[in-house]
Design a protein around this ligand. Structure first.
Ligand SMILES: O=c1ccn([C@@H]2O[C@H](COP(=O)(O)O)[C@@H](O)[C@H]2O)c(=O)[nH]1
Length: 276
């Protein structure tokens, strides 16, 4: 999917919501456990209930890998089920020496090889250029590079000052722009770091940002939108637990749909206010 197509979706749905499919067998409603594939059944109902309010879905790969071969099968079925207009993110946080990264890229991007055809994958920048560029060899596919993450531990490395007093995450954003344009590269910035967004927009004015950390982690959608939005929105704001586990009862899908709609209504307001 191109950047223009993503912005078209955002305008059509008046939403920049990404629903996180962090589907945990221990958290899904009990009544689904009798299904042949409870994880897929849960995702199917969540997608049915939320897709009119969401422009993207982000399965966190850990939740599927932890279930072995069955988990990969549930993931493949989920990917087949997500409506084609939605942007898909493999939240896998990969990155390794070049030839290995190439295989990670095939795992998420090359349907003929792995059965998976994600639009994007999250990548850790720590190993540098040759660990990231193999993902960029796939046309129309995106790298979403971890820049300033939402967790407390992000300060251990990402805020370290370099010799020129720049913080490490700033250098990640600067250096990575030598590898790809904003047509293929996005950054992860946690909603819990919304106070940094004005500054981040000076470093990456045109890029889309994937912003996790609203909902369960307490980040503010209003602040993210106010300080992070650009002329083509430039934001995909993820909520996982806040939507998919809003109810853990038989009504889980209906309640998830209602939560997604609430977020969409708020996003519509911010699109009207802050789209420059
Ligand atoms: O900085 C980051 C990067 C990734 N994540 C992931 O996003 C979701 C957030 O889930 P919630 O339930 O909405 O808190 C989850 O998959 C994380 O692994 C992040 O939170 N922060």
């Amino acid at each position: 999917m191109t950047k223009a197509q993503l912005f078209d979706q955002i305008k059509q749905k008046k939403s920049y919501l990404c629903v996180g499919l962090d589907t945990d067998i221990q958290k899904i409603p009990q009544h689904l456990l009798v299904e042949k594939d409870p994880i897929f059944e849960f995702n199917r109902q969540i997608i049915d209930a939320t897709h009119q309010f969401a422009v993207a879905y982000k399965p966190n790969i850990a939740f599927y890998e932890a279930m072995g071969a069955k988990g990969w099968e549930s993931l493949q079925k989920t990917m087949e089920y997500i409506p084609k207009e939605c942007f898909t993110i493999a939240d896998a946080k990969r990155g390794d020496i070049g030839n290995t990264s190439g295989l990670y890229a095939r795992a998420f991007f090359d349907k003929n090889s792995s059965g998976l055809d994600f639009d994007s994958v999250t990548v850790a920048p720590y190993m540098g250029a040759d660990s990231v560029t193999p993902f960029l060899d796939f046309p129309n596919k995106w790298v979403i590079l971890l820049a300033l993450t939402s967790n407390g531990g992000s300060k251990d490395f990402q805020n370290l000052r370099l010799e020129d007093n720049k913080q490490l995450f700033e250098e990640v954003i600067r250096k990575s722009q030598e590898w790809a344009t904003d047509e293929q590269l996005m950054y992860v910035v946690g909603a819990t770091k919304a106070d940094m967004l004005t500054h981040i927009r000076t470093l990456a004015p045109e890029h889309f940002l994937l912003v996790p950390g609203v909902g369960a982690q307490g980040g503010s959608l209003e602040e993210v939108s106010k300080y992070g939005m650009n002329s083509h929105c430039g934001l995909l704001v993820n909520s996982s637990r806040g939507i998919i586990y809003a109810s853990t009862d038989k009504d889980f899908a209906k309640v998830a749909g209602e939560e997604a709609q609430k977020v969409q209504v708020e996003m519509e307001k911010y699109l009207n206010l802050y789209l420059s």
